[in-house]
Design a protein around this ligand. Structure first.
Ligand SMILES: Cc1cc2nc3c(=O)[nH]c(=O)nc-3n(C[C@H](O)[C@H](O)[C@H](O)COP(=O)(O)OP(=O)(O)OC[C@H]3O[C@@H](n4cnc5c(N)ncnc54)[C@H](O)[C@@H]3O)c2cc1C
Length: 550
């Protein structure tokens, strides 16, 4: 296997919205920047197909009081995104949103409709509309172009799989070329993790098809796992993440639907709207994302998104926005099958997205390991969060390098070779289990033992089975080619993440949100305002409660 060595001031791991924005800003400030991306930045990541709403505060639209905006915004689903991150961070985010929107507009991502800012979706009728509609279909090519203009070195088709550290600071990372027989050692003064969210930990909505996920199947929590292994802290990993969308057709894009969620008798399931209303949508599932699953289990489902009665203007609006939100394949399917949202109610379901598990950071995006930053879905969902903190972390990362320099990595060759030995082992086995077998076994364990209902006995049994699976995976998993090798490394990351979920779920002796402990049905209010932190001390995992960094 060949080894290549690249050096930079700032390494952005992942070229999604967050990674590209971080790279753009750091390069603008004079840093030598590399963006290392598992796929191709032009279309990779959750946002690769487009997005159409951006959490944004505009004083001329919302009034001069940003705190009033934040207070109302926190009554919507956005609150869920920000839980456990601290109000200092929320304020830093919201204060920067309009600047980013103006930048994006200048760069060629349209943010106005007929010359005006237009806010719609994810809102209570009559309440604050905090999401700006924007035409984000081409956002990735536009951001890629901006990064290239600033001489960011974009290294596509490289999966970063471990961090390098020196004396308590991050010093670089190790990546593997996804197409050729090459390992790349990156030496860097600051590393910004922007590898997105987590899929493939829990079964997809059609379990036979591992890749039928609402987001990209290659988003496997790599960043947070690297951070954890290198000694950084994670928080609230055991909390499950749910989403909703058309049954069996896994897509995000809930905000663009216009209609009313109704039961089979045609009754609205929520109290918010009784007819299609495009400015607000039907916010019912945001109050409880499990509502579709709960309805079916209680014998009251299925539930339908019913667009009948919408105006022609509503319909044209939806058809305009769907493709911007990456929903073109769904539109193609509807066309092919003769499904017309104006006439045919569309069945919806609850999706099990995976686990939360954020890298613990302060309001500047700094993790607990010096020189390490985390952005975007490593912390909270949403394109606004990814772009704003990408930008701010680009600045913080450059400051760090200015003060601390690039550590320089002596003995790097041996470290990289040690990591490469796992790659070699997986690739050289002549027989064994392929990654799909291990991934399916993992999903089964997560679903059966750390799923919607949890108890001490179930969690302990699940942790035991997972430990057996981990041992076996290291002993017998094999990669027949490059594609399988990358999937194997992802599955190993997911197994580690599963372990932290079990550990956190066992230690969280309460019921809160998506974490339902049948043996501890009460919410322990002493934990309000606290985060549940997981980290490794001397190679051993520990968990602890800590007050949120307000
Ligand atoms: C269909 C759809 C519509 C959406 N619409 C909206 C919307 O309208 N508004 C909104 O706010 N949000 C929306 N979202 C969510 C939004 O896209 C994400 O929150 C946002 O893209 C997160 O940005 P990110 O940079 O953190 O992650 P991503 O954009 O997912 O990027 C992560 C990148 O890291 C790369 N990567 C992963 N692992 C590695 C590794 N080991 N080494 C190197 N690279 C790696 C990935 O390939 C990817 O390119 C939508 C999501 C979907 C799926």
């Amino acid at each position: 296997m060949r080894m290549e060595h690249l050096k930079c001031d700032v390494l952005c791991v992942g070229g999604g919205i967050g990674g590209l924005m971080a790279g753009i800003r750091a390069a603008e400030l004079g840093a030598k920047v590399i963006v290392a991306e598992k796929g191709n930045v032009i279309h990779s990541g959750k946002s690769g197909g487009g997005c159409d709403h951006f959490l944004c505060y505009i004083p001329d639209v919302h009034g001069p009081d940003m705190n009033a905006y934040i207070e109302q915004m926190m009554t919507t689903q956005q609150a869920h995104n920000f839980q456990g991150l601290g109000m200092k961070r929320v304020r830093a985010h919201i204060a920067k949103t309009f600047d980013i929107i103006r930048l994006w507009d200048d760069w060629g991502i349209p943010t106005k409709q007929n010359g005006k800012y237009y806010f719609a979706g994810h809102a209570y009728p009559g309440g604050l509309r905090c999401l700006l509609k924007y035409e984000g279909r081409r956002q990735k090519p536009v951001l890629t172009d901006q990064a290239r203009k600033r001489k960011v070195n974009i290294v596509n088709r490289v999966m970063i799989f471990d961090l390098l550290t020196r004396n308590g600071s991050v010093a670089g990372a190790v990546g593997i070329d996804t197409r050729t027989d090459k390992i790349i050692a990156f030496e860097a003064g600051s590393v910004i993790l922007g590898t997105g969210g987590v899929t493939r930990l829990y079964p997809a909505l059609t379990p036979g098809w591992l890749n039928n996920n609402a987001t990209r199947p290659t988003l496997t929590g790599d960043g947070r796992l690297m951070a954890y292994r290198a000694g950084a802290e994670l928080q609230d990993v055991e909390m499950r993440v749910l989403h909703v969308g058309p049954r069996y057709f896994a897509r995000f894009g809930q905000a663009t639907w216009v209609g009313v969620f109704r039961d089979p008798e045609g009754r609205p399931i929520g109290p918010f709207v009784t007819k299609p209303e495009r400015l607000y949508g039907d916010i019912t599932p945001e109050a409880n994302k499990a509502i579709f699953r709960d309805y079916s289990k209680a014998g009251r489902g299925p539930v339908y998104m019913d667009g009948r009665g919408m105006t022609q203007e509503d319909y044209e609006d939806i058809m305009h926005w769907f493709p911007h939100e990456g929903l073109t394949p769904m539109l193609d399917h509807m066309k092919e099958e003769g499904i017309d949202h104006r006439k045919h109610p569309i069945e919806f379901m609850t999706y099990d997205q995976g686990c939360q598990g954020r890298v613990v950071t302060n309001e500047k995006g700094e993790a607990s390991l010096k020189g390490l930053y985390a952005i975007g879905d490593e912390l909270a969902n949403g394109v606004s969060n990814a772009s704003v903190f990408g930008w701010l972390c680009g600045e913080s990362a450059v400051d760090h390098v200015k003060n601390a320099g690039v550590p320089g990595v002596t003995g790097m060759k041996e470290e990289v070779e040690e990591r490469a030995s796992l790659v070699h082992e997986l690739s050289s086995r002549k027989e064994g289990a392929d990654w799909t077998e291990v991934n399916v076994a993992l999903q089964q364990i997560m679903h059966d033992y750390a799923g919607a209902r949890r108890t001490e006995a179930l969690l302990s049994a699940g942790a035991f089975h997972l430990a057996r699976l981990k041992k076996k995976a290291y002993e017998i998993m094999r990669a027949g080619n490059r594609h399988e090798l990358i999937r194997c490394l992802e599955v190993l990351n997911l197994i580690y993440l599963g372990e932290i979920v079990f550990q956190g779920a066992l230690d969280r002796k309460e019921t809160r949100g998506t974490h339902v402990r049948l043996d501890y049905p009460l919410t322990d209010s002493r934990m309000n305002g606290m985060i549940h932190v997981a980290r490794r001390v001397n190679g051993k995992p520990i968990t602890e409660w800590r007050a949120i960094n307000k």
